[in-house]
Design a protein around this ligand. Sequence first.
Ligand SMILES: Nc1nc2c(ncn2[C@@H]2O[C@H](COP(=O)(O)OP(=O)(O)OP(=O)(O)O)[C@@H](O)[C@H]2O)c(=O)[nH]1
Ligand SMILES: [Mg+2]
Length: 405
Amino acid sequence: MKFLSNLPEGVREKYSSRNYDIVIGIPSYNNAETIRYVSEVAARGVKEYFPEAKAIILNSDGGSQDGTRDAFYSADTPGIDKLSFEYKGIPGKGSALRAIFEFISLVDGKYGVLLDSDLRSVKPSWIKNLVDPLLNGYSYVTPLYLRHKFDGTITNNIAFPMTTSLYGYKLRQPIGGDFAFSGQLARHWVEREDFDENTAKFGIDIWMTTTAINEYGKIAQASLGVKIHDEKDPGSSLGPMFFQVVGTLMNLMGTYKSKWSKVSSISEVPIFGEAPKEEPVPIKVNLQTLKEKFASGLESRRELYEKLLGRDLVDSLSPEKGIDLDNWIEILAIFSAEYQLRDKDGRKELLDALVPLYFGRTRRALMELDPLNLDEAEARIESWAERFLERKEVFTSSWRSRGLL
Ligand SMILES: Nc1nc2c(ncn2[C@@H]2O[C@H](COP(=O)(O)OP(=O)(O)OP(=O)(O)O)[C@@H](O)[C@H]2O)c(=O)[nH]1
Ligand SMILES: [Mg+2]
């Protein structure tokens, strides 16, 4: 499906004959409290590290009701242009970003940078570490944060091990939110025909990362230190986000199946910059809730699970112990293959059914990480991705048995 423009017409007219070296895009939706700070820090970063660059800071807003756009305009960014607009199209982070990509194409931008508007730990050096790789010929830069071992459970259990083992790039934060990319890549994204309802929302990050890997390859990471941002209640916000991220990831596995099925090793991805000496804030998790949600899913969806995964596997699952790594790999292999065969409603049913299993895997993962210090925990999380690679045959065989490879 080809999407219509997300960039407002007036912006297009006004900026079509302008040019910028660096475009810093900030998506927002009710972020009045933090957006001014993020914008000022971004401006300081450009001034300090790229004083010659012609830069603009762009706020792509989703119709905030709390004065976000005024707060943005009140930021003090000497010598750097600023523009805020309400993007058009389906409400969501992805639509906000696509409007930014369109703007970059319009003004022939050389480098794009994205910063979330709810950041509290952003520093001027983030701009340097994100843009430097682009000056060195890389096309796409993902963030590397110091995160607490319990933070980022979709990243640690799905996005990181899947992206790393499928495509062979060890990218620790494939859906981190703060990225940099070449103008050429922005133009590619605008032209792609697979921008859909998921990518218009929180599927956008994994879509950018997966397409950048497969279309351009030249990927680097920027070391940024801790990420402090607005915390969300996982109970209320996980559902749609999980669906959008995992749906996009599985959809792209279909697009790039002839690539990932041939990848048999993992390459290190260069890291630019040095992390400041900081400690991530400890995160509290509720293992009991995870157990209950896993248990109730196991009970109510047993029939579907048995049909998809087989009785033996389902019988071996215990709410107390959660889901071990090898079973989790098996589950993702089967669900990702089934996803390819289903229509829209079927895909929704499938991903809804994956959520309780994801809670089961998260429970087990958190229990394993609990006694470890942060370095040990990091090594453990990385070892999970290696195990995914060792067991890639599980993916290829479940795809092959369904005629997908
Ligand atoms: N324009 C626009 N921006 C959005 C929308 N939803 C989120 N954003 C922005 O996208 C960025 C990331 O959104 P968050 O809600 O912080 O999500 P996150 O930090 O990736 O996810 P968590 O780790 O679950 O908090 C922020 O700058 C938001 O303001 C939206 O509907 N429209
Ligand atoms: Mg956030």
